[in-house]
Design a protein around this ligand. Sequence first.
Ligand code: GLY
Length: 387
Amino acid sequence: MGEPTPDVVVVGGGVIGLATAWRAAGRGLSVTVCDPAPGSGASTVAAGMLAPVTEAHYTEQALLRLTLDSAARWPALAAELADATGIDPAYRETGTVLAAADGGDLAMAEELHAFQQSLGLSVDRLTGREVRTLEPMLAPGIRGGLFVAGDHQVDPRRLIRALLAACATTGVTVRPDRVSAVRTDGDSATGVVLGDGTSLAAGQVLLAAGCWTGAIDGVPEGVLPTVRPVKGQLLRLQVPEQARPFLRHNLRGIVRGASIYLVPRADGELVLGATMEEQGFDTTVTAGAIYELLRDAREILPGITELTVTETQAGLRPATADNMPVLGATALPGLVLATGHFRNGILLAPVTADAVAAVLAGEATPEVARPFSPDRLVRPPSPMAVR
Ligand code: GLY
């Protein structure tokens, strides 16, 4: 007897694919996830800042509604995962401090503050002294900054472990297989073709393959939006026990116009990121990027030079033409998308998982996710004009 046909096959076992698989299984669907290296890719590079407000300047109004909605789901999701698996994804309500290095940087921070206030977001404007009271390790010359009490963090690597365990407990099958194509019967998606040429039939196919979405063959023209990789390089450092807490909050810096962030974990890890580079699928780590991140970080946080560098990495953010995610059903019946999360994959995991699992279960796309339908970015090819 062959394997039973799952209700859903998920292509991509990053945070988005695993969280959605788990939620879909929770709704009673049988789910198989295919990924040659589950839990790797952008999810394992991400710093885990949950920052709808400090990232609002990258954000359209509809996306802001989505990011705020998802941020509000994080405490319950983290508690549910910890309960279900015994693995705590280390959701921490740290808040985020923004520090401006010089007068020009302070002007940028003030502009950001005015923009955030125009959106009704809760942000405090701080003097240099107030910023340093919140973060005593900051350089004495810090000109001022902002405090966002509601922007927090989670540890994406612990999150992946928790999601893999949660998937296992709900009966999700995770297969270390590469998917080369979506299988169709001409009218709808009927499964996937694996890298070894074998077929896996499924009731529906969810593409959650991040910036590798375009590498999946078999989908008719005009169904998949283009998803491009945007490279981000970052470093991980370790704060020795006697120097903790080195930072009490997430820290964003504006340093001579450049933006950096530092995410401190309870175990002493400190993540410093990140570049934004349009370099195709290149994941090399360059001396120039690491130099610039450390140079800018040292300007606002001189003690950083004492810390041990434990890792340097480059990840690929999946970005669409309008830099917003694509969520929900496509023009090909049976093919659903959850990709294009760009700078917000970890933040948007809870709302994506809930909304896309609802679609997979046959419900209408929840209101908050409707602006992110794939059809805003793709049009089926029009028939030839009749002369
Ligand atoms: N959300 C931060 C980044 O993408 O670098």
